[in-house]
Design a binder for this molecule. Structure first.
Ligand code: CUA
Length: 334
């Protein structure tokens, strides 16, 4: 290999590594340095400033270490340095660090205050951390759903967070900072989404066996689309469309399902498990555990713990034809 082709190869490898690194920080990945909301932008701004200061300090201290190791111990015969040892210690050991910490403190306090500022026309949403899923309710319209939070872009939202079991943490890195979800201590998270899109969120506080499978999605839509969605879900869903779906609805009421789950406008009013009124339009089953497909739902219903070990939903003994009908019914609910 010639010297030049070796250098070219190294440059290409470096470029590929940099691209891969940057790709990890963008796209639909969970990332707090790829903000899609005004509060997230402020947090990202503070993060980049602190990062730049840290890189500066690292480079300067590293530079001094290299210079010191190259020069070795100074003797009295050496050139006198322009700055005395005492002044150097005061400056590098106290004044500069104090200035940096003051800047960081001021930026942190300012960002925190800006992020927490209440807004009068905020859309209110109540989110309850469950044993390993999220209950979602829009108190002004009474619409209830689970594991997916629809929001309009451009309007401030106020998410009231509580838990009825252990401590969880609500985190959508692209949209806002992390907020603990504590039993008996409601916390309020405020943010505005700037861009329509689907943003993944994750429970960020260890809460038991299925902590890793306690995800959710924020689906940000234009205000018009969001209003239509909210209006449609303020009314009970329409009657089952076909024969199979109607049979599924009857089986759902007859078996254990209705004891734990609600389907608005029906006799199923259980509240232990997620509200299933719009299950058909959700992306995943089990709070991000598996994709919402008829095949996965047909595996979930008889034995949910095979997909999500430790899940509170018990195994449901169900015949093949009943299962087929219930799957058709639930997937038709939109
Ligand atoms: Cu809920 Cu971790």
């Amino acid at each position: 290999m010639t010297r030049r082709s070796g250098a070219r190869l190294r440059t290409a490898a470096l470029a590929a590594a940099t691209t891969a690194l940057l790709a990890g920080c963008s796209g639909d990945k969970l990332s707090s340095v790829n903000p899609k909301g005004s509060e997230a932008s402020k947090i990202a701004g503070a993060w980049w400033l602190i990062f730049a200061l840290a890189v500066g300090v690292y480079a300067i201290v590293g530079g001094f270490i290299i210079v010191a190791s190259l020069r070795g111990r100074r003797t009295d015969h050496g050139r006198p340095s322009r700055i005395s040892d005492g002044a150097f210690l005061w400056l590098g050991g106290l004044i500069v660090p104090a200035l940096i910490l003051m800047v960081v403190a001021a930026v942190t306090v300012e960002t925190t205050a800006a992020v927490r500022k209440p807004s009068r026309d905020a859309l209110r949403v109540e989110v309850v951390g469950k044993d390993w899923w999220w209950a979602v309710r829009y108190p002004d319209s009474g619409v209830t759903t689970a594991n997916e939070i629809r929001l309009p872009v451009g309007r401030p939202v106020e998410i009231r967070l509580t838990s009825d079991n252990v401590i969880h943490s609500f985190w959508v890195p692209n949209l806002a900072g992390k907020m603990d979800v504590i039993p008996g201590q409601p916390n309020t998270l405020r943010f505005t989404v700037d861009e329509p899109g689907v943003y993944r969120g994750q429970c960020a506080e260890f809460c038991g066996l299925q902590h890793a499978n306690m995800a959710f999605y924020v689906i940000a839509q234009t205000p018009g689309m969001f209003d239509r969605w909210l209006t449609r879900h303020s009314q009970p869903p329409s009657e089952p469309a076909g024969e199979l779906e109607a049979k599924g609805a009857a089986v759902f009421q007859r078996l254990a399902c209705a004891g734990c789950h609600t389907v608005d406008g029906t006799q199923a009013q259980g509240t232990r498990g997620p509200n299933l009124t719009n299950l058909g339009e959700r992306r995943t089953l089990g709070a991000g555990t598996v994709e919402n497909t008829p095949e996965n739902l047909a595996r979930w219903i008889p034995d949910a713990s095979s997909l999500k070990p430790g899940v509170l939903m018990p195994a449901i003994p169900i015949s093949h034809s009943d299962l087929e009908a219930v799957v058709a019914y639930l997937e038709s609910l939109e």
